[in-house]
Write a new protein. Structure first.
Length: 291
């Protein structure tokens, strides 16, 4: 029974990690940015959804949509306030821009987190589930919303795959991740591609945050662990590799789930961090990374 419980819960949480990490990987692959405000954006989207349902009595669909809108707005503010000005600055040396952007996104994430904490306290918030009820599979009673979460995550990932591989705009994004200079020579403006990628990332991160809020609940204390998990996944899978991130998300998700059930939820992130250290020592480029 415990085996099936771990299998089901691990699949749901891994799917959430995969959705969030896919967007995280996408913006790194295209614009070279590791967004350390990732966890804060996910939490803000979830808390906004919770607030709309609890304070304004919005239905689950409206509150979820409102949370996505807030998450996307914060994502675009992240790009226009902390990332783009540094990328375009002539006062910062090219060799130092990455560390400046890392620091800026980290500080921006702290600002978001503290703002959420100030207005809504640090208490855990559970977003109103869209799908009610309980399903029994192989003897394990599981909330229907947990299966719904995994399905939505993979529908979103599949939609992203279709967008990138089957549309002209998506192929431009893919080309920009491989050869930005070549894309510029073809007359495609990189800034527009970066804005589109950040918009897609905002959608994915917001949806993942709201689904996480429905599944486990979130608070401002969740910001650090969520960002650390996303960072661990993209480094483990290989920076810039979407396939690697998807596989690594399930490795990390199941490691955390097994640890939470067999040891303690308080130590769930330790095994994945130890694995990250081992991979960085033995294979610095990650499982599927090219650099």
């Amino acid at each position: 029974m415990l085996f099936w419980q771990i299998l089901i819960d691990g699949f749901a949480i891994s799917s959430l990690y995969a959705l969030g990490a896919t967007g995280f990987t996408l913006i790194f692959g295209v614009s070279g940015v590791l967004n350390l405000s990732h966890g804060a954006i996910m939490v803000a989207a979830a808390v906004a959804s919770w607030a709309l349902a609890g304070l304004l009595q919005a239905n689950p669909y409206t509150s979820a949509l409102g949370g996505v809108v807030i998450g996307v707005i914060l994502t675009m503010l992240t790009y226009f306030i902390t990332v783009r000005p540094i990328q375009r600055s002539n006062r910062v040396a090219e060799s130092e821009k990455e560390i400046f952007i890392l620091t800026a996104t980290l500080l921006w994430g702290i600002i978001i987190s503290e703002t959420v904490s100030y207005f809504f306290t640090n208490n855990a918030k559970t977003v109103l589930p869209i799908v009610e009820g309980v399903v029994t599979v192989v003897g394990v009673r599981t909330p229907t919303n947990e299966y719904f979460t995994a399905i939505i995550c993979w529908v979103a990932i599949a939609a992203l795959w279709v967008l990138v591989n089957k549309t002209r705009q998506g192929k431009a994004v893919l080309a920009a991740s491989m050869n930005p200079r070549g894309v510029t020579l073809l007359g495609i403006e990189l800034t527009r591609i970066h804005i589109a990628v950040w918009l897609i990332y905002g959608l994915l991160a917001s949806i993942a945050g709201i689904l996480l809020g429905m599944f486990l609940g979130v608070s401002s204390y969740s910001v650090g662990p969520l960002t650390a998990s996303a960072f661990s996944i993209v480094v483990l899978g290989g920076l810039g590799s979407v396939t690697g991130s998807l596989i690594a998300a399930y490795v990390v998700g199941y490691l955390e789930t097994v640890t939470a059930y067999l040891v303690s939820p308080a130590y769930r992130s330790i095994p994945s961090l130890l694995l990250l250290v081992l991979v960085m020592y033995l294979r610095p480029q990650g499982l599927f990374g090219r650099r």
